[in-house]
Design a protein around this ligand. Structure first.
Ligand code: GAL
Length: 794
């Protein structure tokens, strides 16, 4: 009997319970045993049975289960510990401990649900996770950056059989990387239902072998899974729609689908006058695959794709749709203020938008596969992606992680490079070369349409290591004293190259003098690590040498962990062009001046230096105008020609007042930036990123919070403590301030400003309505803002 179930995919993020600590759940149970195993003392006999098998008596009286929604990162809820001992060096994990945690969720299914296929998919769990459903051990997964799924069909309870119980153990006692990785189920979970005949997991592969302005060839391979106990004749109908929802082509294919097996069908289409995908115009297409058997529609599956061509050239760099394009990239880990690694989709989009506003057109997901939604957003907004495998690892687990990334991501037009490893110790060795070769060949088999690369910091020219991949990645090819990449271009002229990691410029937002005690680095860049260089050097070398193809600045955002150069009390990195809240540092504006066309001027530092009257202050200006005139309190301090890839500098005797940088073209001012000496902190300013939100229990609005003087100017060094009150149809999700040495909890209603600013994240509830955000602080005029959430259908 065919169930006729047409696919459904339900987000399974709500209604979880969480317990932090160890519980003993046996991996095997001897038949006939009714009692339990206790090893914690706190557990009753049989408790593990309740936890893993039964809905009844979850022993709330003995274990503290907390209600949580996913994504969830329990690590960020803990206190900072100086010797937390995780990772390869002090502070790798941001001085936040890992540990073990359990998640549990119950749900029921009607009797009719039996017969079709049920699958649970975890997009990402930080730590080694083990999943039981109704007491059945489904598997353990090691690798926090790639999703996995389990077929639940046989072990579920249907109708009167009872309530289903899912238990997930997450062991986050070890690190996979040398940065903050969080703990727990930090990406979405999905419950999927399909007919027994369906498009297999990641079962479509869409390529565009021919792309021209007037016509493109779109090739589809579709894998159909038949989980019925008999073979059958199937028909696959594919319809392609453009971004406006208009059908552009359609076709059918037939095949015999053997039982308990996958069958692949191929189709080719010609799309006339294709809308090519590129950062400026990220046009997407949608392929709808319908699977039919015995005249019955059994599955309908959707694949989003783009039509575009890519090419890399050893002299000229990258070409998209036949046009040269400089890759203006940043590397990024995935955490953010207030949430750790558990980012609602809207915050992922916020981060990407901030990068785009800086002028960036490329994202490197360092050093692991990103959340699937990040790629969906990059497709939609036009951000190129260097998609990255976690490790140089050809073990069964290593290969499986790579393969899952490739199958999952190969339809995304945004993905232009598969990066197979980053700075592994085995770079340049014989063994390393063998492993890399296996990874590269595995990649080419699954997706030959994109080049492979390795992001290397040594061993570029040894033992044929880099020959295993198409593009040699240079992490810090540019250093203060040498340019290894430029040298290698001379030595190996046919080599494809990319600046896989550049700059590593350490700066703390709003700080203009290094402070080793507090752990701050000056925005003037007086503390650049020996392996790094200034953003100016990284960028200007690329402009001079197109064979370098592109830069990926380390990093777009500060991230938790890897504090450099100072350790405790510093808990996060300072490499970002923005801080952990997405507040721009001065170097953000340098990137904007060289990455964007719109006229702009930025000047540093701020203009509040009480007690320094008459002392010289170096004023720097980033601009993309022809000239800049600096004007202090109405007096010109001279006009300078803009150095397009560098910055302008004036030495100015400090006097309070107004300092203006006027950017001119043809003698006319076309952009300007003024800094004003602010008075005492007087009031709070709230600047929400938007006023409207979706009432879905997830959408999150970043509210920027400033300490202002009476005139409304930001007070540059203000650190007043703010208390947030969020009422109505939303709640406070977390806070941050970008201070790399702040040990304030991210999940508190209290947060100090850091150099004038802090951030509140306001998340909607599932019910629509007004959300009132109030910020109060002793001695300051409070502020209030009203946000509005609406349900999708309103
Ligand atoms: C690179 C590495 C990154 C980060 C960075 C700091 O060598 O790939 O993960 O550690 O250096 O500069």
């Amino acid at each position: 009997m065919r169930t006729g179930t047409v696919r459904s995919k339900v987000k399974f993020d709500g209604d979880w319970s969480f317990y932090r600590g160890g519980l003993h759940i046996p991996y095997a149970v001897k038949g006939g045993m009714t009692g339990g195993i206790t090893d914690t003392g706190a557990l009753r006999e049989g408790e593990w049975l309740d936890i893993a098998f039964n809905d009844k008596g979850m022993s709330e009286q003995q274990l503290e289960w907390t209600a949580v929604s996913l994504p969830h990162d329990w690590c960020v809820e803990q206190e900072y510990v100086q010797d937390e001992g995780l990772g390869s060096r002090d502070g790798s994990h941001g001085y936040l401990p890992g540990g073990t945690g359990f998640y549990r969720r119950t749900f029921t299914l009607p009797a009719e649900a039996y017969g079709s296929k049920w699958k649970i998919r975890f997009d990402g769990v930080s730590g080694t996770s083990t999943v039981w459903v109704n007491g059945h051990l489904l598997g353990s997964h090691h690798g926090g950056y790639i999703g996995y799924s389990y077929d639940l069909t046989d072990v579920l309870r249907y109708g009167g059989e009872g309530t289903n119980v899912i238990v997930v153990k997450v062991d986050a006692t070890e690190c996979e990387g040398w940065w903050y990785e969080g703990c727990g189920i930090y990406r979405h979970v999905w419950l999927e239902n399909t007919d027994r005949l369906h498009v297999a997991e990641y079962g479509t592969y869409i390529t565009t072998p021919e792309v021209a302005k007037d016509q493109a060839v779109v090739h589809l391979r579709t894998r159909i899974r038949n989980d019925y106990p008999e073979g059958m004749q199937v028909s696959l109908r594919t319809v392609i729609y453009d971004a406006a929802g208009m059908q552009v082509c359609a076709g059918s294919a037939e095949a015999y689908a053997d039982w308990y097996a996958d069958t692949e069908l191929e189709q080719s289409f010609h799309v006339e006058q294709p809308m090519l995908w590129c950062p400026d115009s990220p046009s997407l297409y949608r392929a709808e695959s319908t699977v039919i058997a015995g005249g019955q529609e059994l599955d309908r599956y959707e694949t989003i794709f783009g039509i575009r061509s890519i090419r890399f050239d050893p002299e000229e760099g990258f070409f998209l749709n036949g046009e040269p394009l400089l890759i203006k990239g940043t590397c990024n880990h995935q955490d953010f203020a207030g949430v750790g690694v558990a980012l609602p989709d809207s915050l992922i989009e916020y981060k990407l938008r901030l990068l785009q506003e800086m002028g960036s057109n490329a994202y490197r997901s360092a050093h692991h596969p990103p959340t699937p939604e990040l790629l969906d957003i990059c497709d939609r907004i036009g951000m190129l992606v260097m998609d990255e495998n976690r490790k140089l690892d050809s073990s069964p687990n290593g290969l499986s992680q790579l393969e899952r990334m490739l199958y999952r991501d190969r339809n995304h037009p945004c993905v232009i490079i598969w990066n197979l490893e980053n700075e592994e110790v085995l770079e340049g060795t014989v063994t390393g070369a063998r492993i890399l070769k296996t990874l590269a060949q595995t990649t080419r088999r699954i997706d030959p349409t994109r080049p492979t690369s390795a992001a290397m910091n040594h061993g570029w020219n040894e033992n044929g290591y880099n020959d295993a991949v198409e593009i040699t990645g240079y992490n810090y090819g540019h250093r203060a004293d040498q340019s290894i990449d430029i040298r290698d271009h001379g030595l190996y002229p046919g080599r494809l190259m990319i600046g896989s990691e550049c700059a590593s410029y350490t700066a703390t937002r709003g700080i203009y003098e290094d402070d080793p005690v507090k752990g701050y680095c000056s925005e003037y860049g007086t503390n650049i690590p020996s392996w790094g260089c200034t953003p100016q050097q990284a960028w200007s070398d690329l402009v001079k040498h197109r064979f370098l193809t592109g830069v990926f600045m380390w990093t777009g955002f500060d991230y938790r962990g890897e504090p450099t150069p100072y350790l405790w009390p510093c808990i996060n990195s300072h490499f970002g062009l923005m801080d952990t809240c997405g507040f721009p540092k001065d170097s953000y504006y340098y990137m904007q001046s060289v990455w964007k066309e719109e006229p702009m001027v930025h000047l540093l530092p701020h203009w509040n230096w009480p007690g320094s009257e008459g002392r010289p202050v170096e004023v720097r200006v980033f601009a993309n105008t022809d000239t800049v005139e600096l004007i202090l309190n109405g007096r010109s301090l001279g006009e300078q020609q803009v150095d397009m890839n560098g910055y302008l500098s004036w030495e100015v005797a400090y006097e309070p007042g107004e300092l203006q940088a006027a950017g001119k073209r043809g003698g006319q001012m076309i952009a300007e930036k003024t800094v004003v000496t602010a008075g005492q902190p007087y009031q709070i300013g709230l600047f929400p990123d938007r006023l409207d939100a979706r009432a879905d229990g997830s959408d999150t609005i970043p509210v920027r919070v400033a300490i202002l003087d009476k005139q409304g100017y930001v007070v540059p060094a203000a650190d007043n403590e703010i208390r947030f009150e969020v009422t109505g149809a939303g709640a406070l999700l977390g806070t941050g301030n970008g201070n790399p040495s702040s040990h304030e909890p991210d999940k508190s209603v209290l947060r100090r400003a850091f150099n004038g600013w802090c951030l509140a994240l306001v998340q909607t509830s599932a019910a629509a309505g007004a959300i009132q955000v109030r910020a109060v602080s002793m001695g300051l005029k409070s502020a209030e803002v009203m946000l509005q959430s609406a349900s999708e259908s309103e």
